[in-house]
Design a protein around this ligand. Sequence first.
Ligand SMILES: C[S@@+](CC[C@H](N)C(=O)[O-])C[C@H]1O[C@@H](n2cnc3c(N)ncnc32)[C@H](O)[C@@H]1O
Length: 307
Amino acid sequence: MSCAAGWACHVPLNPAGKTERSTERASAPASAIVTICPIQNILCRDSTYPTQRGLPTRRHQVELQMSLKMVEQREPEEMPRPHGEYRKEFLSRVLAFKPSSILDVGCGNGASLQLFGEADVAHCVGIDPEGEAVEEGRALGLEIHLGRAETLPFPDQSFDVVTLEYAAHHLENLHRGLQEAIRVARLGVVVLDCWYDAAIPSQLAAQLYDEWIKVIDRRAGLVHNPCPQPADLAAPFLTAGFRIDYSCRLFLVPLSVSQIELSARQRLHEIPEPCGLRDDLERLLDIARLNGLSDDGAIILSAARGG
Ligand SMILES: C[S@@+](CC[C@H](N)C(=O)[O-])C[C@H]1O[C@@H](n2cnc3c(N)ncnc32)[C@H](O)[C@@H]1O
């Protein structure tokens, strides 16, 4: 197995050639070294993936690629968060389409529209239902529409590429939102969203925490769903005959369990009847104290029209 340039490799291979994950336990105490290096973990290629799910047996390249970056021994608070890396890959997948126009769905105040513009994409448009964010972006001269992913107010194939960056898990109806993206995209759709590998103990704790927080948000009336699984994102594209290429990325960056506990207990105070939530929190904190807690990974999916 070869490692990406500049990344240290500390993952032993077992006799079957599979990467061992035993070093993961090291994410627990701050004194431990969290390691690891890229695993080329090809889950499925070509028709295996759609066949398994009873979907059309077209040739699709579907690839799960986990990259666990070597992190030196430091206090969790000092660790850089990994989201910049995920966004870089997302951007390069978007630009790979060589788009002249992009619609960013759930664009917030349009931060990514600015990046697309800096990368010489001629026509960058955003849409978001949050009035305040839309106004903020418009004040910067960005073209942002007020609206929702589920009913895009644009004609068929009116943008080269449609993007959803950390918006998928906010949609009331993800399937409908992706169908709308498919309708409006001429060349392709690129999605970036959070992803956890629950087989890794510190990720399990992080996923439980993520879902716990989202229960509180939903009680407060927000749409905040669990992170979409690759199959959730892939389904509408496969049905529409798109060619899919996705990666799941994970930089195992530890988070401070005590800081998470502090903010979780503050959130509990907002809840009128937190009974079950309190028990769930204690359970997930036990897991986190035992195994550590690591920052979210990402799924980056690009879907190209025309297979
Ligand atoms: C986590 S923010 C991501 C913002 C931006 N894309 C980014 O990456 O910085 C999620 C965004 O999705 C938007 N959103 C929520 N529901 C939506 C919907 N039904 N359709 C489109 N966007 C939605 C929110 O208003 C919010 O701006």
